[in-house]
Design a protein around this ligand. Structure first.
Ligand code: ADE
Length: 244
């Protein structure tokens, strides 16, 4: 998988995506990420990439030409006529894990980060395949959303997570919230680790975790349970909870 990010702040994305699991995945060659500075493509003699909005109003609008040329250069270097281009914007469809899973199937993605008050609509009309929002709030630019999207896609790629973690995310816990986790010491600030986790009985631990996952989801995100195809065990746990 290759991801190209088109941005006015390439260092911002590069820094975030060089650390931790994604940084190691890049070093190991599981994913190839490149951040491009849109400003490198301006034809303006003062290096400008934005201008005043037609019709007036506050703020500046990113111009079409540098974005278009940056994208074309990425396509040309990849030997591709067109690459799937995602524009990060609060006006896009809210990102979900199922869309992340689908996007992880692409060989090559390009992500465009907006800034200032917006981007000239004509370049969006001409190039963009998909608009994605990371939630109903507004950030100062698309860089953090682009990093979030890239991170969520990369962790789905083969080899990026340890095998058991990768299995777990596809397992029966997949559509539920996580069960609570504990590590040493067994008692901290007078709070004890649930006894079942110290029992060594794997079947009991599994059952307890499933009960915790279902009850947390029921309390905090009942909408997830409504949308989910529950296993018989999960449905039984949920029935007990709702009968209480
Ligand atoms: N740019 C600014 N806010 C955003 C959001 N919530 N999602 C995606 N891109 C954005």
């Amino acid at each position: 998988m290759r991801i190209d990010i088109l941005t006015l702040f390439p260092d911002m994305c590069e820094t975030v995506l060089s650390e931790s699991i994604i940084g190691r995945a890049r070093e190991a060659g599981h994913v190839d990420i490149a951040c491009h500075n849109i400003r490198d493509y301006t034809e303006d003699k003062h290096n400008r990439v934005d201008d005043y909005p037609y019709g007036g109003g506050t703020g500046m609008v990113m111009q079409a030409q540098p974005i278009y040329d940056c994208y074309e250069d990425v396509c040309k270097k990849a030997g591709a006529g067109h690459l799937h281009l995602i524009y990060m914007t609060p006006q896009g469809r809210t990102l979900t894990q199922s869309r992340v899973r689908e996007l992880a199937e692409f060989d090559h993605l390009v992500i465009l980060c907006g800034h200032y008050e917006g981007v000239d609509e004509r370049v969006l009309d001409e190039l963009v395949d998909e608009e994605i929002s990371i939630g109903d709030y507004v950030l100062t630019g698309g860089e953090l959303p682009a990093c979030i999207l890239a991170d969520s896609i990369c962790r789905m790629l083969p080899g990026v997570l340890a095998n058991d973690e990768a299995f777990q995310q596809e397992s029966h816990y997949g559509h539920l919230l996580e069960y609570p986790q504990y590590t040493r010491p067994a008692e901290w600030h007078g709070r004890e680790v649930p006894e079942v986790l110290l029992s060594g009985d794997h079947a009991k631990v599994d059952r307890w975790r499933l009960e915790q996952a279902v009850s947390r989801t029921h309390e905090r995100r009942p909408d997830l349970l409504e949308a989910a195809d529950l296993t018989p065990d999960e449905a039984e746990i949920l029935r007990t909870l709702t009968e209480e």
